[in-house]
Design a protein around this ligand. Structure first.
Ligand SMILES: [Zn+2]
Length: 389
């Protein structure tokens, strides 16, 4: 069988940079998730998986691969996103898979082709030595553009009972992350000649008040709320744009905000409340131009999969403590489907998206038996179907 390093190098060499949001049309010959999906589909087909592609948008595939020979037995899925971020600013060759000091360098090596590699090799081992367990692999698209693909998966009548989301966790068990909310907001004013500001209504001044109010909210009640195991909630104004010309009083100003909220937050209610409070407290009318979000994720404590992974980590002499991470992932979507979900994979998130992205090969090699041992523990637990049911 191919070695972990050779498979990882092959996946890194298979350019799968995100072409952007799902809503953005893909021009002919643009790189998408397509080639990597085909490669993984071929790998799984040879292992006897039945593969189905789903296209939430043209040229943006998601892969549902199933090997389910045991009716009535639980199904364990591995899932990882196909897309990577771009290569701008990289100082190592992005697709060459250079090896140095026990590391493989390249875009996606850490996020998240290391997880793909560990999962594909673990599945190959599990197929050689079959357990009374049904197996699935789910590849997603458009994760890097804001966790867009996974929520659109059609899992049909037989969704998996449990899913491990492959992201760089340093081979630790991750059971939660915050959700995110990206908003574009506008305030409107009235244009006038720049020499007679009193005749207009300056939208930038109005928005300046809104920005100060948001900053105060971030530094007080939003950011000071504490929840065990999670880093504080955040809100940042990240883009501001307003006005048209130096001698015209601006009639509009727009901002974008990046907000990270604890899992379980009703984001629609959060936004409604935010807009109402801005009106009530500082008298500004704010229009929500766009809204995009990804679910937070909080695993069911001691779920069957959580216990199986903790058992696998314990058997390998590793830290079994569950932890949470700052980044968002497909896990929120799968947990939202009612599936027992955890996040696990080789690599350090600090390397992800960076100019010298790499993966420690020792971590990759350690991840494979941890995944197979988790599958064994999950199968042996005679897991009841979905713990959420
Ligand atoms: Zn990722």
């Amino acid at each position: 069988m191919v070695s972990p390093v050779d498979l990882l190098r092959r996946l890194v060499a298979t350019d799968s940079r995100s072409p952007g949001a799902l809503a953005r049309p893909v021009a002919p010959d643009t790189i998408t998730e397509e080639t990597l999906c085909a490669l993984i589909e071929e790998w799984l087909g040879e292992l006897g998986f039945v593969c189905e592609r789903q296209y939430p948008a043209p040229h943006r595939p998601q892969l549902l691969a199933q090997r389910c020979p045991y009716p009535g037995r639980p199904t364990l899925a591995f899932s990882a996103h196909f897309d990577t971020v771009g290569t701008e600013g990289m100082t190592v060759p992005p697709f060459a898979g250079e090896l140095r000091d026990g590391r493989l360098y390249g875009r996606g090596a850490c996020d998240t082709k290391g997880s793909h590699t560990a999962m594909l090799l673990a599945l190959a081992r599990l197929c050689q030595d079959p357990l009374p367990l049904n197996l699935m692999f789910i590849g997603t698209c458009a994760e890097e553009s804001g966790v867009e693909g996974a929520p659109l998966l059609g899992l049909g009548d037989t969704p998996p009972d449990a899913v491990i989301i492959g992201e760089p966790t340093g081979n630790r068990l991750v059971t939660g992350h915050k959700g995110y909310l990206w908003m574009e907001l506008a305030v409107h004013g009235r244009a006038a000649h720049g020499s007679t500001p009193e005749a207009g209504d300056n939208a930038i001044y109005r928005m300046a008040e809104v920005i100060q109010w948001l900053r105060h909210l971030a530094e007080t009640e939003l950011g000071q709320k504490r929840r065990a195991d999670f880093t504080p909630q955040t809100l940042a104004v990240t883009v501001v744009a307003g006005g048209n010309k130096v001698n015209i009083i601006p009639d509009q100003c727009r901002i974008q905000t990046d907000i990270r909220l604890f899992p379980g937050t009703d984001t629609a209610a959060f936004v409604r409340d935010l807009i109402a409070r801005i009106k009530a407290e500082i008298g500004q009318t704010v229009e929500v131009l766009s809204l995009h979000g990804g679910n937070g994720f909080g695993a069911i404590p001691n779920s069957p999969l959580w216990r199986a992974m903790a058992a696998a980590l314990a058997a390998a002499g590793r830290d079994t403590a569950a932890t949470t991470v700052n980044y968002c992932s497909d896990a929120g979507a799968f947990a939202g489907f009612g599936i027992d979900t955890v996040i696990f994979g080789p690599g350090d998130i600090r390397q992800a998206h960076g100019p010298t992205e790499f993966l420690e090969l020792a971590e990759l090699e350690a991840a494979i038996p941890l995944l197979t041992a988790t599958a064994h523990a999950f199968a042996e637990a005679d897991t009841p179907r979905s713990p959420y049911a």
